[in-house]
Design a binder for this molecule. Sequence first.
Ligand SMILES: [Zn+2]
Length: 191
Amino acid sequence: MLWDDFINSYWRDWRTGDRSKDRDKLEEPDWLADWLKQRSLPAALPPEPAELEQLQQLRGLLWAEVQKLVQGHAPDKTVLEQLNVYMSQGPVIRQIVWNGEGKAELSLLPQRSDWGQVMAEITSSFAAAVLEKETSRFRICENPDCLWVYYDDTRNRSKRYCDDKLCGNLMKVRRFRARKKAGGKGSTTGE
Ligand SMILES: [Zn+2]
Protein backbone atom coordinates (compact mmCIF):
# COMPACT_ATOMS: atom_id res chain seq x y z
CA MET A 1 0.00 0.00 0.00
CA LEU A 2 1.08 3.52 -0.68
CA TRP A 3 0.81 4.79 2.90
CA ASP A 4 2.97 2.17 4.61
CA ASP A 5 5.45 2.24 1.76
CA PHE A 6 5.80 5.95 2.35
CA ILE A 7 6.23 5.70 6.13
CA ASN A 8 8.86 2.98 5.58
CA SER A 9 10.89 5.36 3.44
CA TYR A 10 12.63 6.05 6.75
CA TRP A 11 14.81 2.99 6.97
CA ARG A 12 16.59 1.60 10.06
CA ASP A 13 19.29 -1.04 10.13
CA TRP A 14 17.16 -3.83 11.57
CA ARG A 15 20.10 -6.22 12.08
CA THR A 16 22.43 -4.07 14.15
CA GLY A 17 20.29 -1.21 15.41
CA ASP A 18 23.18 1.10 14.50
CA ARG A 19 21.33 4.39 14.19
CA SER A 20 24.17 6.03 12.27
CA LYS A 21 23.08 3.77 9.41
CA ASP A 22 19.54 5.19 9.30
CA ARG A 23 18.57 6.14 5.78
CA ASP A 24 15.99 8.66 4.74
CA LYS A 25 15.13 7.38 1.31
CA LEU A 26 13.16 10.54 0.56
CA GLU A 27 16.58 12.16 0.27
CA GLU A 28 17.77 9.59 -2.27
CA PRO A 29 16.83 10.69 -5.81
CA ASP A 30 17.24 7.18 -7.29
CA TRP A 31 14.94 5.61 -4.74
CA LEU A 32 12.39 8.39 -5.22
CA ALA A 33 12.48 8.03 -9.01
CA ASP A 34 11.88 4.25 -8.79
CA TRP A 35 9.13 4.66 -6.26
CA LEU A 36 7.23 7.31 -8.23
CA LYS A 37 7.44 5.17 -11.33
CA GLN A 38 6.32 2.01 -9.54
CA ARG A 39 3.36 3.83 -8.03
CA SER A 40 2.52 5.80 -11.21
CA LEU A 41 2.87 9.05 -9.30
CA PRO A 42 3.81 12.10 -11.32
CA ALA A 43 6.12 14.73 -9.82
CA ALA A 44 9.29 16.58 -10.73
CA LEU A 45 12.54 15.24 -9.29
CA PRO A 46 14.20 16.02 -7.05
CA PRO A 47 11.69 17.73 -4.75
CA GLU A 48 12.47 21.32 -3.77
CA PRO A 49 13.82 21.67 -0.20
CA ALA A 50 10.43 23.04 0.95
CA GLU A 51 8.63 20.08 -0.66
CA LEU A 52 11.02 17.59 0.91
CA GLU A 53 10.37 19.20 4.26
CA GLN A 54 6.60 18.89 3.72
CA LEU A 55 6.99 15.24 2.75
CA GLN A 56 9.00 14.55 5.90
CA GLN A 57 6.40 16.38 8.00
CA LEU A 58 3.63 14.29 6.47
CA ARG A 59 5.60 11.13 7.14
CA GLY A 60 6.14 12.22 10.75
CA LEU A 61 2.42 12.87 11.14
CA LEU A 62 1.45 9.44 9.75
CA TRP A 63 4.13 7.65 11.78
CA ALA A 64 2.97 9.31 15.01
CA GLU A 65 -0.62 8.37 14.24
CA VAL A 66 0.29 4.74 13.46
CA GLN A 67 2.10 4.52 16.81
CA LYS A 68 -1.10 5.64 18.56
CA LEU A 69 -3.30 3.27 16.58
CA VAL A 70 -0.99 0.40 17.43
CA GLN A 71 -1.38 1.29 21.12
CA GLY A 72 -5.12 0.95 20.66
CA HIS A 73 -6.17 4.61 20.44
CA ALA A 74 -9.01 5.68 18.16
CA PRO A 75 -8.07 7.80 15.15
CA ASP A 76 -7.28 11.35 16.28
CA LYS A 77 -9.77 13.91 14.94
CA THR A 78 -7.16 16.68 14.72
CA VAL A 79 -4.93 14.41 12.67
CA LEU A 80 -7.82 13.47 10.37
CA GLU A 81 -8.48 17.18 9.83
CA GLN A 82 -4.82 17.67 8.94
CA LEU A 83 -5.18 14.89 6.37
CA ASN A 84 -7.91 16.99 4.72
CA VAL A 85 -5.41 19.79 4.24
CA TYR A 86 -2.97 17.47 2.45
CA MET A 87 -5.73 15.92 0.33
CA SER A 88 -7.00 19.32 -0.77
CA GLN A 89 -3.72 19.74 -2.70
CA GLY A 90 -4.57 16.90 -5.07
CA PRO A 91 -7.74 17.25 -7.15
CA VAL A 92 -9.07 14.16 -8.98
CA ILE A 93 -11.63 13.54 -11.70
CA ARG A 94 -13.88 10.48 -11.61
CA GLN A 95 -13.60 8.43 -14.74
CA ILE A 96 -14.34 4.96 -16.08
CA VAL A 97 -11.11 3.44 -17.34
CA TRP A 98 -10.31 0.05 -18.84
CA ASN A 99 -7.67 -2.02 -17.08
CA GLY A 100 -5.11 -4.38 -18.61
CA GLU A 101 -7.69 -7.14 -19.08
CA GLY A 102 -10.14 -4.81 -20.79
CA LYS A 103 -12.41 -4.61 -17.76
CA ALA A 104 -14.05 -1.24 -17.11
CA GLU A 105 -13.58 0.19 -13.63
CA LEU A 106 -14.19 3.43 -11.83
CA SER A 107 -11.05 5.41 -11.21
CA LEU A 108 -9.97 8.70 -9.66
CA LEU A 109 -7.58 10.43 -12.01
CA PRO A 110 -5.06 12.79 -10.40
CA GLN A 111 -5.19 16.20 -12.03
CA ARG A 112 -1.82 17.62 -11.16
CA SER A 113 1.75 16.45 -11.59
CA ASP A 114 3.49 17.75 -8.53
CA TRP A 115 4.41 16.90 -4.96
CA GLY A 116 1.15 18.34 -3.66
CA GLN A 117 -0.68 15.73 -5.69
CA VAL A 118 1.68 12.98 -4.54
CA MET A 119 1.11 13.92 -0.89
CA ALA A 120 -2.66 13.96 -1.50
CA GLU A 121 -2.48 10.43 -2.95
CA ILE A 122 -0.40 9.14 0.00
CA THR A 123 -2.74 10.81 2.48
CA SER A 124 -5.83 9.47 0.79
CA SER A 125 -4.41 5.94 0.90
CA PHE A 126 -3.77 6.36 4.64
CA ALA A 127 -7.23 7.88 5.27
CA ALA A 128 -8.89 5.02 3.39
CA ALA A 129 -7.00 2.47 5.51
CA VAL A 130 -7.91 4.22 8.77
CA LEU A 131 -11.58 4.72 7.89
CA GLU A 132 -12.39 1.62 5.88
CA LYS A 133 -10.05 -1.04 7.21
CA GLU A 134 -9.39 -2.27 10.76
CA THR A 135 -7.09 0.01 12.70
CA SER A 136 -6.48 -2.89 15.12
CA ARG A 137 -4.54 -4.52 12.29
CA PHE A 138 -2.03 -1.69 11.95
CA ARG A 139 1.36 -2.95 13.10
CA ILE A 140 4.88 -1.85 13.84
CA CYS A 141 7.47 -4.61 13.58
CA GLU A 142 8.31 -5.88 17.07
CA ASN A 143 12.00 -5.84 16.34
CA PRO A 144 12.86 -2.53 18.09
CA ASP A 145 15.70 -1.95 15.62
CA CYS A 146 13.37 -2.25 12.65
CA LEU A 147 10.02 -0.57 13.41
CA TRP A 148 8.73 -1.30 9.90
CA VAL A 149 5.06 -0.38 9.50
CA TYR A 150 2.57 -2.79 7.92
CA TYR A 151 -1.02 -3.89 7.85
CA ASP A 152 -1.62 -7.34 9.34
CA ASP A 153 -4.02 -9.11 7.01
CA THR A 154 -3.40 -12.60 8.38
CA ARG A 155 -6.53 -14.45 9.39
CA ASN A 156 -5.59 -14.79 13.07
CA ARG A 157 -3.98 -11.34 13.36
CA SER A 158 -0.73 -12.90 14.47
CA LYS A 159 1.85 -11.15 12.33
CA ARG A 160 4.34 -9.71 14.83
CA TYR A 161 7.22 -8.97 12.50
CA CYS A 162 7.52 -7.32 9.11
CA ASP A 163 9.14 -10.54 7.90
CA ASP A 164 9.27 -13.79 9.87
CA LYS A 165 12.38 -14.98 8.05
CA LEU A 166 14.29 -11.78 8.78
CA CYS A 167 13.15 -9.91 11.90
CA GLY A 168 11.23 -12.92 13.23
CA ASN A 169 14.28 -15.16 13.15
CA LEU A 170 16.59 -12.49 14.46
CA MET A 171 14.38 -11.94 17.50
CA LYS A 172 14.08 -15.68 18.07
CA VAL A 173 17.86 -15.96 18.16
CA ARG A 174 18.07 -13.00 20.53
CA ARG A 175 15.50 -14.51 22.89
CA PHE A 176 17.34 -17.83 22.79
CA ARG A 177 20.67 -16.17 23.62
CA ALA A 178 19.11 -14.13 26.42
CA ARG A 179 17.59 -17.28 27.94
CA LYS A 180 20.84 -19.13 27.62
CA LYS A 181 22.72 -16.30 29.29
CA ALA A 182 20.20 -16.06 32.12
CA GLY A 183 20.09 -19.83 32.58
CA GLY A 184 23.83 -20.24 32.13
CA LYS A 185 24.75 -18.67 35.47
CA GLY A 186 23.45 -21.51 37.56
CA SER A 187 24.22 -24.25 35.12
CA THR A 188 26.92 -26.85 35.57
CA THR A 189 28.36 -26.51 32.10
CA GLY A 190 30.50 -23.62 33.29
CA GLU A 191 29.61 -21.44 30.31
ZN1 LIG B 1 11.09 -5.88 10.97
